[in-house]
Design a protein around this ligand. Structure first.
Ligand SMILES: *[C@@H]1O[C@H](CO)[C@@H](O)[C@H](O)[C@H]1NC(C)=O
Ligand SMILES: *[C@@H]1O[C@H](CO)[C@@H](O)[C@H](O)[C@H]1NC(C)=O
Ligand SMILES: *[C@@H]1O[C@H](CO)[C@@H](O)[C@H](O)[C@H]1NC(C)=O
Ligand SMILES: *[C@@H]1O[C@H](CO)[C@@H](O)[C@H](O)[C@H]1NC(C)=O
Ligand SMILES: *[C@@H]1O[C@H](CO)[C@@H](O)[C@H](O)[C@H]1NC(C)=O
Ligand SMILES: *[C@@H]1O[C@H](CO)[C@@H](O)[C@H](O)[C@H]1NC(C)=O
Ligand SMILES: *[C@@H]1O[C@H](CO)[C@@H](O)[C@H](O)[C@H]1NC(C)=O
Length: 546
């Protein structure tokens, strides 16, 4: 789950870096230099959009551990995520309480959460060593003191009956544990896969948007050789940005697919092992009961050894699931708190390269400005060149334009950048190229000096440049908000809050059930093993004495 979140964050990190490039390039688009002199035209200068720099750990594993020895005190303005939940003993700091909160780049966090599985790991070791020693002693006694057996061997009907009853109860308990484990692991598996699919779906949405944005920039490549207002270097910049958008979308998409495959692979393997353990324990319990009732001592001895190892493995697995359950719970709480505290610095910000809301807002504003400036530029040409009739001789301005006046492009923003309704007679981004096409004339002449031979207000070359400019401003206008959402992590916040509402309860619940199943199973098999030994022995003594 944490991995899934990390997978999405890695992609977002690369996208955010990319935004810097787009923003700078679109700012350059706006300072367009005209080759033809426009009457009263001032060069429009825009400051490049500068995004706040933020340390982005692109591509680094969130599971990496830092080598630092002492937990750094949290910065003053920082929010400790899941502080209550993560307040645990930290074995790597002499069992002091860990106070750094949810922070997967923090060794002490992992140490303290790993410590929650400690009782089970300890139990596994104690069982392995203790029972091993007991078996050794028993077999030694059996070898050395076979003579003295008669002295102590007494058939006890009470312990015969008790061990039989206990054996039946424990076998039933084991079977119940297996069923619980199986139900739990299936639900946990489905829940994890759902979560991963959801994150992948969100990622695909992002990739689609990026590709569409690149596509809207691609329209700008149709610019003719002759330039009215888009100089060659701007054209090259568009190409470069488009290429970066393309490759970034591709990389993001491959990374999503790759990461989700990896996570699914791990989850599938885990399911496989859990199922294997469940089935083996089930078989062990049933066979154990059968063999001890039948008094097959050799087979029971084999089962005892198998059970000895399997119980150790199962206890270890239960320990791992305690850890997993706690990490899932911590992560869910951390995501929740991160979503509701967008201003504070948290450990999640180290993984997700989100800029603060104010900067994102500022960038958004700039992108709106660029859109408006581009529209103004196009309209300047339409109103002041195309729609005016110049006498021959004013060559850069005169190209034998004639006929009805072209409509101007609708500016979606007022001068104060609030939303503006289009005035009647204006064309909007989607209709502009179609409408303007009607005013295109047929032209002859060398590039840059074409003259219209038919009625019209715009030469084909100029038409291409106008539609290109309109298409860039359209791209900025439509995808600007989306790109800003990526930048200020609104997108990630939405994803997280949805995961926390829809997926977290299931993940937490089912990891707990798997753990319960493992514990019930290992506990009852542990006691069963003892009962097998006692019961087989009693049965043999009964046979001998009776
Ligand atoms: C932390 O910030 C608060 C105000 O936000 C201030 O009162 C307090 O003194 C600061 N503490 C430290 C250790 O800087
Ligand atoms: C996401 O996109 C990839 C490749 O484009 C595709 O294989 C996968 O099915 C998509 N996943 C979802 C959930 O849409
Ligand atoms: C970007 O991708 C689109 C389609 O995915 C393609 O048509 C276009 O040529 C690509 N552009 C670059 C610069 O790679
Ligand atoms: C998380 O842990 C890392 C590594 O110890 C540390 O550098 C970082 O400041 C921590 N983040 C927070 C918010 O405490
Ligand atoms: C963004 O900035 C504008 C002014 O520049 C302000 O009116 C608006 O409230 C800000 N929005 C947010 C979400 O900060
Ligand atoms: C046309 O040019 C004049 C200056 O000559 C300028 O004031 C006006 O804004 C321009 N028209 C448009 C639509 O840009
Ligand atoms: C200018 O355009 C008109 C049509 O509007 C056409 O009849 C005329 O021949 C053109 N003049 C030149 C020099 O091409």
């Amino acid at each position: 789950m944490a991995l899934a979140a990390a997978a999405s964050s890695v992609g977002v990190a690369s996208v955010a870096l990319l935004l810097l490039l787009i923003a700078n390039a679109s700012a350059s688009d706006a300072s367009l230099e005209g080759r033809r002199a426009l009457p009263g035209r001032e060069t429009i200068h825009l400051e490049p959009i500068v995004f706040a720099e933020r340390k982005a750990i692109v591509g680094s594993s969130p599971w990496r551990r830092s080598a630092e020895e002492t937990p750094p005190p949290p910065a003053n303005n920082s929010l400790v995520l899941a502080a209550g939940r993560t307040h645990r003993s930290d074995p790597s700091a002499k069992l002091t309480m860990y106070g750094g909160g949810w922070n997967i780049s923090e060794t002490h966090y992992w140490a303290s959460v790993g410590y929650t599985g400690f009782p089970l790991f300890l139990l596994a070791v104690v069982w392995f060593v203790g029972f091993g020693a007991v078996m050794l002693v028993i077999s030694c006694c059996w070898c050395c003191c076979c003579f003295c057996r008669d002295r102590t061997d007494r058939y006890s009907p009470t312990s015969f009956k008790t061990s039989l009853i206990l054996l039946v109860i424990l076998t039933i308990a084991t079977i119940v544990g297996c069923l619980v484990l199986n139900a739990g692991q299936q639900a946990f598996h489905a829940s994890t896969i759902n979560t991963v699919d959801y994150v992948v779906g969100q990622g695909n949405l992002t990739v689609d948007n990026l590709r569409n944005f690149a596509g809207s920039l691609a329209a700008a490549k149709n610019i003719g050789v002759e330039q009215i207002f888009l100089p060659v270097d701007v054209q090259r910049k568009i190409d470069a940005v488009e290429e970066k958008l393309n490759s970034s979308a591709n990389e993001f998409s491959t990374r999503i697919v790759h990461n989700s495959d990896k996570i699914k692979n791990v989850v599938d393997k885990m399911q496989y092992y859990l199922m294997a353990v469940g089935v083996i324990m089930f078989g062990l319990a049933v066979l154990g009961l059968m063999f001890s009732v039948l008094g097959l001592q050799f087979l029971v001895s084999l089962l005892v050894i198998a059970g000895w190892v399997l119980v150790t493995v199962t206890l270890m697995m239960a320990g791992v699931f305690v850890l997993l359950h706690n990490v899932v719970g911590d992560t869910c709480v951390a995501m929740d708190e991160w979503v509701t505290h967008p201003q504070d610095h948290t450990a999640l910000d180290d993984i997700l390269p989100c800029v603060d809301v104010a900067t994102a807002n500022e960038s958004m504003h700039r992108s709106e400005e660029v859109t408006a400036q581009l529209v103004a530029l196009v309209n300047n040409v339409i109103v002041n060149i195309s729609n005016r009739d110049f006498p021959p001789g004013l060559e850069p301005l005169y190209f034998n334009q004639s006929g009805p006046r072209m409509p101007v492009l609708c500016n979606p923003f007022k001068p104060d950048m609030s939303q503006r309704q289009c005035a009647p007679g204006e064309v909007d981004f989607s209709t502009a190229s179609g409408e303007w096409k009607k005013f295109q004339c047929q032209a002859t002449g060398p590039a840059g000096k074409e003259l219209c031979t038919t009625a019209g207000r715009v030469t084909p070359a100029a038409y291409n440049q106008m539609t290109a400019a309109a298409s860039i401003s359209r791209g900025l206008y439509e995808y600007g908000p989306f790109l800003m959402q990526l930048q200020d992590c609104t997108f990630v916040r939405e994803t997280f809050s949805s995961i926390s509402v829809n997926n977290c309860p299931g993940l937490r619940h089912y990891s707990r059930i798997v753990y319960d199943g493992l514990v019930v199973m290992s506990g009852s098999v542990m006691l069963s093993i003892v009962c097998w030994m006692v019961h087989t022995r009693q049965r043999r003594r009964r046979a001998r004495s009776g």
